[in-house]
Design a protein around this ligand. Structure first.
Ligand SMILES: Nc1ncnc2c1ncn2[C@@H]1O[C@H](COP(=O)(O)OP(=O)(O)OP(=O)(O)O)[C@@H](O)[C@H]1O
Ligand SMILES: [Mg+2]
Length: 415
């Protein structure tokens, strides 16, 4: 499609473009394909080198939905650069020589390794604010006034499609989350029911094996077998305990807890593991640190599991470090803690299963697959939530808990 300068004809071809995009948006297909298609059409229509499409997120940052050649999304902090300004003011902005423009931030080019010369950025207005921003980059001879008029018209039209996709994506996410929650709840009910029933027979097995071990009449040749029975029964008791911790985790005895105290207590218990694997621990904890209301022992279980998993993931890695971070999220009134490791990461296809009970990639007999299940139960009981992001070299488990109003520190949790 060629741009025609005459006003009426330009508008006609612009309408054609809008029509084409609407058809494409209504056809079945995922959003990512649409953003690419849109960027290609814009490049063709405006005769520029590149087009980048940004969505404005809950923190008012601009996150690219399509940026040519970039694997990771490009993130622009609120109000940063020309597009940040466009998002805040909800007005288009034209800079035919970006280096003459005080709003231009050359740092963004350093991230993308692309040299911007001219830029026409326009908002996608929805309910009086920009839901997204589109950047048209580098047009030979510069963008014209009619390009500016075109984007004013085009922005409104495009915003409708943009919001439609966002709405559908959010709906899909919510459905997935609901299904996952229901699945976890059903599995939890089943697992804790079984655990409860196993408690008594297990106590009997352990009691009798102890009696036999202490009995002088027990033939020495079967001692080793009884020891094995005893060890396996103990292992089963640990599993039962973990499941019941999940079911019973409560905040009834809630007290102000300093996260650094529970993190330190967990680290102390893992000292041997950490030294054996030669893992470097970096703590990033602010002062004053946020305090949460909760059960220190239950919370210790959370970090014990998360740090334990990180230590395990670092086995055999050339460079091994764990970062333990605590910070406050004032927007959500939350105390956030992160356990980050530079291990191999969690493959995409298992990521959605790691919080399920008994899901483990450890070899037979090495792991129960209950660690993260218990962690998610405890966090949930504390009215918080846990998220994970992972790629090779960087896995981050983030626990977000409601911050206590009082900043009274608690005594450190007992190891
Ligand atoms: N930091 C991490 N890096 C890579 N993979 C991880 C990490 N944390 C968890 N996982 C994956 O999630 C799976 C489930 O973890 P979870 O703690 O629930 O059980 P587990 O560690 O396998 O067993 P257990 O906790 O009983 O030792 C692990 O087997 C592993 O595949
Ligand atoms: Mg584990």
């Amino acid at each position: 499609m060629r741009k025609i300068c005459h006003n009426g004809r330009m508008r006609r071809s612009l309408l054609q473009l809008v029509h084409e995009l609407t058809q494409r948006a209504l056809a079945p297909g995922e959003a990512q394909g649409f953003w690419k298609f849109l960027a290609e059409r814009l490049i063709e229509y405006f005769g520029c080198e590149r087009a980048t499409i940004f969505q404005r997120d809950a923190k008012d940052r601009l996150v690219s939905r399509y940026a040519h050649g970039l694997k990771e999304p490009l993130v622009i902090p609120p109000g940063e650069g020309i597009s940040g300004w466009v998002a805040e003011c909800c007005k288009p902005h034209l800079a035919n020589d970006v280096y003459e423009d005080p709003l231009f931030n050359p740092q963004i080019d350093q991230t993308t390794r692309f040299r911007t010369k001219s830029l026409l950025a326009f908002p996608l207005p929805y309910k009086g604010r920009a839901a997204g921003v589109v950047e048209l980059i580098n047009k030979p001879g510069g963008f014209s006034k009619s390009d500016m008029r075109a984007v004013k018209f085009f922005g409104d039209e495009l915003a409708v499609l943009f919001v439609k996709f966002r709405f559908e994506e959010r709906q899909e996410q919510m459905t997935r989350q609901l299904v996952q929650n229901e699945k976890m709840a059903a599995m939890g009910r089943l697992a804790s029911g079984i655990a409860h029933e196993l408690n008594n027979p297990l106590a009997t097995v352990m009691g009798f094996s102890q009696l036999l071990l202490r009995d002088s009449r027990t033939p020495p040749e079967i001692m080793a077998t009884i020891l094995k029975i005893d060890a396996e029964a103990r292992r089963m008791r640990e599993i039962v305990r973990s499941i019941l911790t999940f079911a019973r985790a409560s905040t009834e005895q809630a007290e102000p807890v300093r996260l650094s105290a529970v993190i330190d207590a967990s680290l102390e218990l893992l000292t041997h593991e950490r030294r054996r694997r030669g893992v470097n621990i970096i703590k990033e904890i602010p002062t004053p640190e946020p305090v949460v209301l909760g059960d220190a022992n239950n919370l210790k279980q959370v970090y014990l599991n998360l740090i334990g998993n990180a230590l395990h993931a670092l086995e055999g890695q050339p460079d091994r470090r764990i970062i333990l971070r605590v910070f406050r999220d004032p927007k959500r009134q939350a105390a956030v803690s992160e356990v980050e490791d530079n291990g191999p990461g969690i493959p995409e296809k298992i990521l959605e299963h790691i919080f399920e009970p008994f899901f483990t990639t450890k070899e037979e007999g090495k792991g129960t697959g209950l660690g993260l299940y218990v962690v998610s139960g405890i966090v949930e009981k504390h009215k918080g939530f846990i998220t994970v992001t992972s790629r090779p070299g960087c896995t981050v488990f983030r626990v977000s808990l409601p911050a206590a109003k009082s900043s009274e520190p608690s005594p450190p949790a007992k190891p």
